[in-house]
Design a protein around this ligand. Structure first.
Ligand SMILES: [Zn+2]
Length: 209
């Protein structure tokens, strides 16, 4: 199990570059058997990291496996695992359109049905300094009812039951962020109603099964 999780982190690490604009971006997954959280190291780009570079930590950020130092955004990852015991993976990116909206302090409303993958909307977490427990707390509170959030003046974070789900969500939310930005630039987007979003969420839940 441990090996598979690490291989999966390496594989998704290679695919994260288009979502990170060359800087930022980190990912982690929790081993359900051991509770160990495997996270990308600091100082090595995600697309370059190998399984041996991954750092295993416990819920208090204590390194239990690996030689490197865990990602500087470890407090963000840990706070999400703490607040959301059901999740198995966290993906954090600086993808361009999500970050653009985050810098405008604009959340993403129900502008496209795929917003339903995250929740009723993609909320905006208030600004806090990168790498701090305060940022982790602000984001985790914002994500009590959403699986993705924009981070003010920073980027995007997505969670899922496993790495595939969290990564797919980060990609889809970057897509809807782009659509929303373009809609705002071109005119006034027509939003889906609460009823319509409820139908979407029901169908997405069935679709996932
Ligand atoms: Zn970041």
């Amino acid at each position: 199990m441990k090996k598979d999780i690490r291989r999966s982190l390496v594989d998704y690490g290679k695919r994260i570059e288009p979502l990170t604009s060359g800087s930022g971006g980190n990912l982690s997954a929790r081993d359900p058997d051991t509770g160990i959280i495997w996270i990308s190291p600091t100082g090595i780009a995600c697309h370059d990291m190998k399984a041996g570079d991954l750092v295993g930590i416990d819920e208090n950020a204590k390194v239990v496996s690996g030689n490197g130092r865990p990602s500087s955004e470890t407090p963000l990852h840990l706070e999400l695992y703490r607040k959301r015991p059901e999740i198995g993976a966290v993906v954090h990116t600086h993808s361009v359109f999500a970050t653009t909206l985050a810098c405008l302090h604009v959340e993403i409303p129900a502008v496209h049905y795929l917003v339903g993958l995250a929740g009723e909307k993609v909320p905006l977490a208030p600004y806090a300094l990168f790498g701090t427990p305060e940022l982790g707390k602000a984001v985790a509170e914002t994500m009590a009812r959403a699986d993705a959030a924009l981070m003010a003046n920073h980027g995007l974070v997505a969670v899922g039951t496993d790495l595939g789900a969290a990564f797919n969500l980060a990609e889809q939310i970057e897509f809807v962020a782009r659509i929303y930005y373009q809609c705002l630039a071109a005119g006034k987007p027509a939003l889906l109603s609460c009823d319509q979003m409820r139908q979407v969420r029901r169908r997405l839940a069935n679709y996932g099964r």
